[in-house]
Design a protein around this ligand. Structure first.
Ligand code: GTR
Length: 326
């Protein structure tokens, strides 16, 4: 190659690259409450990369992490109207909108994370994803949220009796408010972003979450007693605004769906690693972890919660089918 043709080739390459880098015809906005690096944030970024590649650089996703676009309840509303295109949230704040999600938010409905995967990867998961559509959302993928347990700033909780009178923050869903009442505690529903200062100032005594959230939110710094009662295994969801989805061609809709699906194994791998790393960090910081508690009284106390929230033949059937999934 002559020097001239080398330069021409280099110029052409940079033009092609520059073209590819700025060729996003659409840059979708995606919301997440978690900080950069958290498994859900990274999974949606990985999805964005796949989508960009597979659409030859036309379709891009910008992930707004750390609740930059707002707390989950508010961003869910904005997603309905297409102000936000994608949203990764817990199913909890969807309970009052998509009633089917209440069933997979019931305490102890899943026997294990494996059981949850079997259910959400199968026909029930498809049914659940489809249930979002009439409400203005496209259910694209279910992510992991591990299992959630109680933590507090006051004392080690070793039995259900210790829950009595405690002020415990829950996600904004009636299912969780009733769960806390059934345990004898006082539920305080509030957005995730307010929990740290509420623990610190004593507005609440405790909250509940999985290892990665307990760690990344810093809650372990202000609530050191963590009791592994594992009352909730709530799947998380990546939804798209139906308003944004409907603007896409059928081909692009298929690309979006496939990339979301392909982000699930990425998410699961990151999740397992982060759970272990978070547990290590929290323990090293001096948290007192209470394990091996008798869960039976906690499980038995949930009967009225099931009766109240799985209150139609459709929802009761869903409970039965989930319980029967091996
Ligand atoms: C986390 C979950 C978030 C959010 C948060 C909360 O585990 O990933 O989507 O729901 O819990 O407690 O509000």
């Amino acid at each position: 190659m002559t020097t001239f043709s080398k330069i021409t080739a280099a110029l052409l390459t940079s033009v092609v690259f520059a073209g590819a880098a700025s060729a996003c015809e659409i840059t979708f906005k995606s919301s997440d409450t978690h900080p950069d690096g958290y498994p859900t944030v990274e999974a949606v970024k990985a999805m964005g990369k796949m989508l960009e590649e597979r659409s030859n650089g036309r379709l891009c996703i910008e992930v707004f992490h750390s609740a930059q676009l707002g707390e989950e309840k508010d961003t869910i509303e904005q997603t309905k109207f297409g102000v936000i295109d994608f949203n990764r949230v817990s199913l909890g704040p969807f309970n009052n909108i998509v009633e089917e999600t209440k069933v997979v938010s019931l305490p102890y409905i899943f026997r294990s994370v494996d059981h949850m995967h079997k259910v959400m990867d199968g026909p029930i998961g498809d049914e659940m994803a489809a249930a979002f559509e009439p409400h203005g959302y496209v259910g694209l993928a279910f992510y992991d949220g591990g299992s959630r347990s109680f933590y507090n700033s006051q004392k080690p909780i070793t039995s259900i009796d210790d829950m009595k009178g405690m002020k415990v923050r829950v996600m904004q869903s009636d299912v969780f408010v009733d769960m806390m009442s059934a345990l004898g505690a006082n539920a305080t529903p509030m957005p995730y972003g307010e929990v740290y200062s509420s623990l610190q100032t004593g507005v609440i005594d405790g909250a509940e979450n999985n290892w990665p959230s307990f760690e990344s939110s810093g809650h372990f710094e202000v609530a050191k007693y963590y009791t592994l009662d594992e009352h909730l295994i709530v799947p998380e969801v990546l939804v798209m605004s139906k308003a944004s989805y409907d603007k896409l061609s059928a081909e692009d809709q298929a690309l979006v769906r496939q990339a979301a699906k392909d982000s699930v194994p990425v998410m699961r791998e990151l999740w397992v690693a982060r759970e272990a790393a978070s547990e290590e960090k929290v323990r090293a910081a001096g948290a007192e972890v209470i394990k091996d508690i008798d869960k039976t009284p906690f499980i038995e106390a949930m009967v009225p919660v099931y009766e109240k929230h799985a209150n139609t033949p459709k929802l009761q059937d869903l409970v039965k089918r989930i319980q029967a999934t091996e």
